[in-house]
Write a protein of this length. Structure first.
Length: 189
Protein backbone atom coordinates (compact mmCIF):
# COMPACT_ATOMS: atom_id res chain seq x y z
CA UNK A 1 0.00 0.00 0.00
CA UNK A 2 1.37 3.39 -1.04
CA UNK A 3 0.97 6.08 1.56
CA UNK A 4 0.23 9.55 0.23
CA UNK A 5 1.31 12.57 2.15
CA UNK A 6 -0.52 15.78 1.50
CA UNK A 7 1.28 19.00 2.24
CA UNK A 8 -0.51 22.19 2.99
CA UNK A 9 0.31 24.76 0.35
CA UNK A 10 1.46 28.14 1.71
CA UNK A 11 1.11 31.41 -0.17
CA UNK A 12 4.34 32.99 -1.45
CA UNK A 13 6.57 34.58 1.17
CA UNK A 14 6.13 38.18 -0.10
CA UNK A 15 2.34 37.76 0.03
CA UNK A 16 2.49 36.36 3.58
CA UNK A 17 4.67 39.29 4.65
CA UNK A 18 2.25 41.78 3.08
CA UNK A 19 4.87 43.15 0.67
CA UNK A 20 3.32 42.20 -2.69
CA UNK A 21 -0.24 42.13 -3.97
CA UNK A 22 0.16 39.68 -6.84
CA UNK A 23 -3.25 40.35 -8.41
CA UNK A 24 -2.53 44.06 -8.69
CA UNK A 25 1.02 43.36 -9.89
CA UNK A 26 -0.33 41.11 -12.66
CA UNK A 27 -2.59 43.94 -13.89
CA UNK A 28 0.35 46.36 -13.93
CA UNK A 29 2.59 43.91 -15.80
CA UNK A 30 -0.12 43.09 -18.35
CA UNK A 31 -0.41 46.78 -19.24
CA UNK A 32 2.93 46.50 -21.06
CA UNK A 33 3.97 49.98 -19.90
CA UNK A 34 6.92 50.84 -17.68
CA UNK A 35 5.96 51.42 -14.06
CA UNK A 36 6.63 54.55 -12.02
CA UNK A 37 7.44 53.03 -8.64
CA UNK A 38 7.28 55.43 -5.68
CA UNK A 39 8.61 54.36 -2.30
CA UNK A 40 9.38 56.33 0.83
CA UNK A 41 11.67 55.62 3.73
CA UNK A 42 12.19 57.38 7.03
CA UNK A 43 14.49 59.94 5.38
CA UNK A 44 14.04 59.90 1.61
CA UNK A 45 11.62 59.55 -1.30
CA UNK A 46 12.58 57.12 -4.07
CA UNK A 47 11.16 57.27 -7.61
CA UNK A 48 12.03 54.51 -10.07
CA UNK A 49 11.07 53.68 -13.63
CA UNK A 50 10.82 49.88 -13.83
CA UNK A 51 10.20 47.70 -16.86
CA UNK A 52 8.73 44.19 -16.46
CA UNK A 53 10.49 41.44 -18.37
CA UNK A 54 10.58 37.67 -18.39
CA UNK A 55 12.93 36.53 -15.69
CA UNK A 56 12.53 39.64 -13.57
CA UNK A 57 12.06 43.38 -13.57
CA UNK A 58 14.63 45.81 -14.95
CA UNK A 59 15.12 49.18 -13.31
CA UNK A 60 15.66 51.81 -16.00
CA UNK A 61 15.99 54.88 -13.79
CA UNK A 62 16.29 55.60 -10.07
CA UNK A 63 16.09 59.03 -8.45
CA UNK A 64 16.44 59.51 -4.69
CA UNK A 65 15.47 62.75 -2.95
CA UNK A 66 19.07 62.93 -1.74
CA UNK A 67 19.94 64.29 -5.22
CA UNK A 68 18.01 67.50 -4.48
CA UNK A 69 21.00 68.87 -2.55
CA UNK A 70 22.97 69.00 -5.82
CA UNK A 71 20.32 71.45 -7.12
CA UNK A 72 20.71 73.62 -4.00
CA UNK A 73 17.70 72.32 -2.04
CA UNK A 74 17.98 73.27 1.63
CA UNK A 75 14.66 71.82 2.82
CA UNK A 76 13.83 68.36 4.10
CA UNK A 77 14.19 65.28 1.90
CA UNK A 78 10.96 63.50 2.80
CA UNK A 79 8.32 66.23 2.77
CA UNK A 80 5.72 67.00 0.11
CA UNK A 81 7.78 69.56 -1.87
CA UNK A 82 10.79 67.19 -1.89
CA UNK A 83 8.59 64.35 -3.19
CA UNK A 84 7.29 66.56 -6.02
CA UNK A 85 10.79 67.75 -6.98
CA UNK A 86 12.15 64.19 -6.92
CA UNK A 87 9.34 63.12 -9.24
CA UNK A 88 10.04 66.12 -11.47
CA UNK A 89 13.69 65.09 -11.83
CA UNK A 90 12.69 61.49 -12.58
CA UNK A 91 10.08 62.56 -15.14
CA UNK A 92 12.49 64.87 -16.92
CA UNK A 93 15.24 62.21 -17.07
CA UNK A 94 12.78 59.56 -18.28
CA UNK A 95 11.50 61.89 -21.01
CA UNK A 96 15.10 62.49 -22.10
CA UNK A 97 15.57 58.70 -22.31
CA UNK A 98 12.61 58.46 -24.71
CA UNK A 99 10.00 57.10 -22.32
CA UNK A 100 6.64 58.68 -23.10
CA UNK A 101 4.02 56.71 -21.13
CA UNK A 102 4.08 54.88 -17.83
CA UNK A 103 1.72 53.57 -15.18
CA UNK A 104 1.84 54.39 -11.46
CA UNK A 105 2.82 51.68 -8.97
CA UNK A 106 2.37 52.81 -5.37
CA UNK A 107 2.84 49.32 -3.96
CA UNK A 108 1.13 48.54 -0.66
CA UNK A 109 0.66 52.20 0.32
CA UNK A 110 -2.90 53.30 0.91
CA UNK A 111 -3.96 55.68 -1.87
CA UNK A 112 -4.46 58.79 0.27
CA UNK A 113 -5.33 61.81 -1.87
CA UNK A 114 -2.76 64.60 -1.58
CA UNK A 115 -0.04 62.38 -0.11
CA UNK A 116 3.70 62.37 -0.85
CA UNK A 117 3.26 59.40 -3.18
CA UNK A 118 0.84 61.31 -5.38
CA UNK A 119 3.03 64.42 -5.16
CA UNK A 120 5.90 62.41 -6.66
CA UNK A 121 3.63 61.10 -9.44
CA UNK A 122 2.46 64.67 -10.15
CA UNK A 123 6.13 65.65 -10.44
CA UNK A 124 6.71 62.84 -12.94
CA UNK A 125 3.74 64.05 -14.99
CA UNK A 126 5.01 67.65 -14.94
CA UNK A 127 8.45 66.32 -15.93
CA UNK A 128 7.10 65.09 -19.25
CA UNK A 129 5.72 61.56 -18.77
CA UNK A 130 2.13 60.61 -19.45
CA UNK A 131 0.89 58.80 -16.33
CA UNK A 132 -2.84 58.26 -15.70
CA UNK A 133 -3.79 59.90 -12.40
CA UNK A 134 -6.94 61.60 -11.13
CA UNK A 135 -6.71 65.35 -10.55
CA UNK A 136 -8.34 64.87 -7.14
CA UNK A 137 -5.47 62.60 -6.03
CA UNK A 138 -2.79 65.24 -6.62
CA UNK A 139 -1.93 67.64 -3.80
CA UNK A 140 -2.93 71.29 -4.05
CA UNK A 141 -0.39 73.70 -5.55
CA UNK A 142 -0.01 75.54 -2.22
CA UNK A 143 0.99 72.31 -0.50
CA UNK A 144 3.39 71.39 -3.33
CA UNK A 145 5.21 74.69 -2.80
CA UNK A 146 5.41 74.06 0.97
CA UNK A 147 3.24 76.94 2.11
CA UNK A 148 1.73 74.73 4.83
CA UNK A 149 5.22 74.01 6.24
CA UNK A 150 6.16 77.70 6.30
CA UNK A 151 2.85 78.63 7.95
CA UNK A 152 3.31 75.96 10.61
CA UNK A 153 6.86 77.10 11.33
CA UNK A 154 5.73 80.70 11.71
CA UNK A 155 3.01 79.64 14.17
CA UNK A 156 5.49 77.91 16.52
CA UNK A 157 6.81 79.71 19.62
CA UNK A 158 10.32 81.16 19.27
CA UNK A 159 11.73 79.51 22.42
CA UNK A 160 14.05 77.15 20.50
CA UNK A 161 11.97 74.00 21.06
CA UNK A 162 11.29 73.34 17.37
CA UNK A 163 12.99 69.95 17.20
CA UNK A 164 11.59 69.00 13.79
CA UNK A 165 13.24 72.06 12.23
CA UNK A 166 16.55 71.78 14.10
CA UNK A 167 18.57 70.86 11.01
CA UNK A 168 17.15 73.74 8.94
CA UNK A 169 17.77 77.44 9.16
CA UNK A 170 14.61 79.36 10.06
CA UNK A 171 14.93 81.70 7.08
CA UNK A 172 14.87 78.72 4.69
CA UNK A 173 11.71 77.32 6.26
CA UNK A 174 9.95 80.70 6.26
CA UNK A 175 10.78 81.28 2.59
CA UNK A 176 10.20 77.66 1.50
CA UNK A 177 7.67 78.51 -1.27
CA UNK A 178 10.14 80.90 -2.96
CA UNK A 179 12.99 78.42 -2.48
CA UNK A 180 10.80 75.69 -4.03
CA UNK A 181 10.12 77.80 -7.13
CA UNK A 182 13.84 78.57 -7.48
CA UNK A 183 14.80 74.87 -7.33
CA UNK A 184 11.98 73.91 -9.69
CA UNK A 185 13.24 76.40 -12.28
CA UNK A 186 16.79 74.99 -11.91
CA UNK A 187 15.51 71.46 -12.52
CA UNK A 188 13.51 72.46 -15.59
CA UNK A 189 16.37 74.56 -17.04
Amino acid sequence: MVRRVFYRRFPPRRKREGKTDYRLRLKLVKSGLPRVVVRRSNRYILVQIVESRLGGDRTILTVNSKVLSSYGWKGGTKNLPAAYLTGLIAGKKAAEMGIKKAIADIGRYSPVHGSRVFAAIKGVIDGGLEVPMSNEAAPLEERLRGEHIAAYYKSLPRDGSTIQFAALVGEVVESLPQHFEEIKSRILA
